[in-house]
Design a binder for this molecule. Sequence first.
Ligand code: KG4
Ligand code: ZN
Length: 340
Amino acid sequence: MLVLGIESSCDETGVAVYDTARGLLAHALHSQVDLHQCYGGVVPELASRDHIRRIVPLYREVLARAGVAASAIDAIGYTAGPGLAGALLVGTAFAEALALALGRPACPIHHLEGHLLSPLLADPAPRFPFVALLVSGGHSQIMSVTGVGRYTLLGETVDDAAGEAFDKTAKLLGLPYPGGPQLARLAQSGRPGRVRLPRPMLHSGDLDFSFSGLKTAVLTQVGRGLDGTAAADLAAEFQEAVVDVLVAKACAALKQTRLRELVVAGGVGANQRLRERLDAACARMGARAYYPPLELCTDNGAMIAFACALRMQAGQQIEARSEGFRVFPRWPLGELAPPG
Ligand code: KG4
Ligand code: ZN
């Protein structure tokens, strides 16, 4: 079965072709980083317009690279939410129109389900059941995953998402958008512990997180002035604080569920320090951490094509319920049927 995947929920247009027999055949991505950089964040209207410009050329490029004809596509998976409404509508309209033209099904896919299942594209791949640590720009959640479509929320952020905290802190440190990777780079030349930042909710006894206080603590430090290596030291300490909390909660989730496999997904999963610390912590517990291929950590079409393929194989396609099509800017992963 050949599945086309379309992602347009935020500032990346992603298109991919996944074959259930041969694996990922091709994927292409257009990042809007340059477009939004001067605004310090994503401007939704500009994002939507750019998706419109990019989506058809990307689709053509991916089919050519995969060496498949449009008529060979068996199904089209597209991100229907959560995300920016206008941006989601571009991918949704394209996918639904193409599906109509080809006489094939179009399947709405939950963006976080795409992230969550993407480590299964890696080699070696984890096996169900596993604990998933989902850390993106919009979400920070720990889930217990027992199979395709079987996701139980164990804990989540009570305020900012981990990626959001990275981005906001990077801005406070004067780094350009997108801040997460920039802050991680700056942290490499700094020393954690020179300034001490809090580890919010580290001992809360549950699997929830909070990151907004950390950002405020950074703001206080920035107010005192940053000279010499202070910015790099602060970046290193911030990263260490986030990583401390994420590692502790991920390990607590493994203990609580008695599972031995941890899957890490979402943009913050690209963070090298997080990976090192999770690998070490898992090894100490006789557990193992799995990550998507680095290029598939942040938003992409491959994870959407893949999630769609797994859902179809499991006979669990999500039906677009209404006439025409709709998007779901807010869509809890625990409620996988789209809101009626
Ligand atoms: O999953 P993603 O591409 O988009 C959402 O669904 O939100 O995640 C993007 C987030 C951004 O907040 C970005 O700053 C963060 O992931 N990110 C990182 C790194 N690479 C991306 N954060 C920390 N370290 C990184 N290396
Ligand atoms: Zn994402």
